[in-house]
Design a protein around this ligand. Structure first.
Ligand SMILES: C[S@@+](CC[C@H](N)C(=O)[O-])C[C@H]1O[C@@H](n2cnc3c(N)ncnc32)[C@H](O)[C@@H]1O
Length: 297
């Protein structure tokens, strides 16, 4: 039977020959998952024998990578902000840069808001990664997790259940914030929010075919932001006034090039609000913040 060191080297070589970026790291992740061992054990147990079944499983994964299936879809989960989020091809795979969005949202919620009983909407929740982390770290908050993909909401429902936050996350189907309208009678006041967080599709349509093949396996509706990438975000601005409290804030993820367009939208819909921009881990302007105003004394 082959030993771990040989299988790791072979997996690395196979992935490298497929031009997979970070082939060495990916080979380690594949071996770790199949052998169900933490990363450091791979190096400690280099001489361990690999069973024929394990070898077959590893080569099955390499075959799927040959078709450019993303690793997260193959394993069925992605680690995000310290928890595992189940993913299927019905949802976008949560990105590391979006973890910084969770950080900003938590900071805004803990420092900028008057009450811990916050009401938050995660618009375009996908697998629910942002909403679930906010629910975990803000135990008094209630989060509305909204999406216009029923298939994505099913994945989000699974994740919400498995992280035990179903009592504080309401999943709603619909177009952006209009999803909230089904929760209230037309005679009742609308759901009012302290914070809107949204990582909506923001890639310009013409750029989609140029994205790497793995990204093209993700739902187009999760990526395609229309001609200038701002179509969905722009509609969110047009709906937000109805649901955002006078002291509320919006936190958006976008492309650095879209910051001026986001500023124009903020000026149009919230002329009295303060805006600011935060950077992601690569020091790119990635998060746009609208602050409607501090609470009155
Ligand atoms: C870029 S993905 C983000 C998923 C998740 N929030 C994350 O950060 O990993 C965008 C999500 O917005 C959803 N979406 C796109 N258009 C929408 C709309 N008009 N109303 C509600 N959700 C929408 C997509 O279905 C997708 O789940």
């Amino acid at each position: 039977m082959p030993i771990l060191r040989e299988v790791l080297q072979q997996t690395h070589r196979s992935l490298e020959s497929l031009d997979i970026p970070d082939a060495r790291l990916e080979a380690e992740v594949v071996v770790m998952n199949v052998l169900r061992m933490p990363r450091h054990e791979i190096f400690v147990q280099q001489e361990r024998e690999i069973t024929p079944q394990q070898e077959k499983d590893i080569s099955g994964i390499v075959d799927r990578r040959r078709q450019r299936e993303p690793l997260a879809y193959i394993f069925g989960y992605k680690e995000f902000y310290g928890i595992n989020i189940a993913v299927t091809p019905d949802v976008l795979i949560p990105r590391p840069e979006t973890e910084a969005m969770v950080e900003h949202a938590l900071f805004m919620a803990l420092m900028g808001m008057e009450t811990p009983q916050l009401v938050i909407a995660d618009v375009g929740t996908g697998a629910g990664a942002i909403a679930i982390n906010l629910a975990i770290h803000l135990p008094a908050a209630h989060i509305y997790a909204l999406d216009n993909s029923e298939a994505a909401l099913k994945v989000a429902a699974y994740n919400v259940q498995s992280h035990n936050v179903a009592d504080r996350i309401t999943l709603c189907y619909g177009d952006l914030l209009e999803a909230l309208n089904q929760l209230t009678d037309s005679a009742e006041p609308p759901v009012m929010l302290d914070l809107i967080v949204a990582n909506l599709p923001y890639i310009p349509s013409q750029r989609i075919p140029t994205l790497q093949p793995e990204v093209q396996r993700e739902p187009k509706a999760a990526l395609d932001g229309g001609e200038d990438g701002m179509e969905v975000i722009s509609r969110l601005f047009s709906q937000a006034g109805k649901h955002l409290k006078e002291t509320g804030m919006i936190l958006l993820e976008l492309d650095p090039d879209q910051v001026p367009a986001a500023r124009e939208l903020a000026d149009k819909y919230f002329p009295e609000a303060e805006t600011s921009v935060e950077q992601d881990l690569s020091h790119l302007d990635r998060f746009f913040i609208v602050n409607r105003g501090p609470a009155e004394e």
